[in-house]
Design a protein around this ligand. Structure first.
Ligand SMILES: C[S@@+](CC[C@H](N)C(=O)[O-])C[C@H]1O[C@@H](n2cnc3c(N)ncnc32)[C@H](O)[C@@H]1O
Length: 237
């Protein structure tokens, strides 16, 4: 499949489920997604050295991660799916007491920002959707300032002997059916486990991030590896 075909398919798929996305996210993950975003914010906060950092949330979708990061500094969230952004914009308008959150339509593979524009670049559950992960990682590295930090959340597959078979049953059999039933859309919730299974393992993703120019790359397994958090910095060259 051509890169542009994959991008279009992904954009259409998120457009079709945008209205039910938040509910399904929280419901199908038993609210663990909220906890994972909080951990991402905490880890980035510990690494950031400047007050009121400028933060970029790539593939912000309905803006949950952008809103979580607005406690640290002004956030720009970008995504190429307008129905997702529209829901995010309503949420941004209804929240107060945060640093400003601005949302804009942009492709993660061609970010419309100058080099070294941000103190932190973050994303949640986006990398596996990119038609070219290496290019996406290079773009995110490009817009990060020297000394800036990155934090990328993704799904993983737990490896513990007890949890792995149970989770596989849930993730491969139950989740696609529930997702289809609740969203009323056939396809996306079958795509989710398929895309997680075909995604590079976290050790390989770490290497890809290093090749893209990130330094001090490390990862955390969250909830026994159901999610992973990749962390790193832009170095200070
Ligand atoms: C699983 S959702 C995650 C949304 C949000 N980050 C969250 O935590 O809920 C993936 C998002 O990535 C966006 N996305 C995928 N590929 C993209 C690309 N090339 N450029 C911009 N956004 C992209 C999709 O439109 C979708 O909103």
């Amino acid at each position: 499949m051509k890169d542009s075909d994959k991008s279009r398919r992904i954009r259409d798929m998120f457009g079709a489920i945008a209205g039910r996305y938040d509910f399904l996210n929280h419901f199908l993950s038993a609210n663990l997604d909220r906890r994972w975003r909080k951990i991402c914010v905490r880890e980035i906060r510990e690494r950031i050295t400047v007050p009121a950092p400028m933060i970029l949330d790539v593939g912000c979708g309905t803006a949950d991660l952008s809103l979580a990061f607005a406690r640290l500094g002004p956030v720009i969230g970008c995504d190429f799916c307008h129905p997702m952004l529209r829901i995010g914009a309503q949420k941004v308008l209804s929240r107060s007491g945060h640093q400003p959150v601005s949302l804009l339509g942009a492709d993660a593979l061609m970010l419309p920002f100058a080099d070294a524009s941000f103190d932190a670049v973050v994303s949640a559950f986006v990398l596996r959707n990119l038609s070219d992960i290496d290019r996406g990682l290079r773009e995110m590295r490009r817009v990060l300032r020297p000394g800036g930090v990155m934090g990328f959340l993704e799904f993983g597959m737990p490896r513990t002997a007890f949890l792995a078979p149970l989770y596989r049953l849930y993730f491969l059999q139950v989740l696609p059916k529930l997702g289809e039933l609740i969203s009323g859309v056939e396809g996306p919730y079958g795509y989710l486990p398929a895309s997680v299974q075909s995604f590079p393992p976290i050790e390989e993703l770490k290497q890809k991030a290093e090749c893209a120019g990130f330094r001090k790359v490390e990862y955390r397994l969250l909830t026994a590896g159901i999610a992973v958090l990749l962390l790193g910095s832009a170095g200070s060259d």
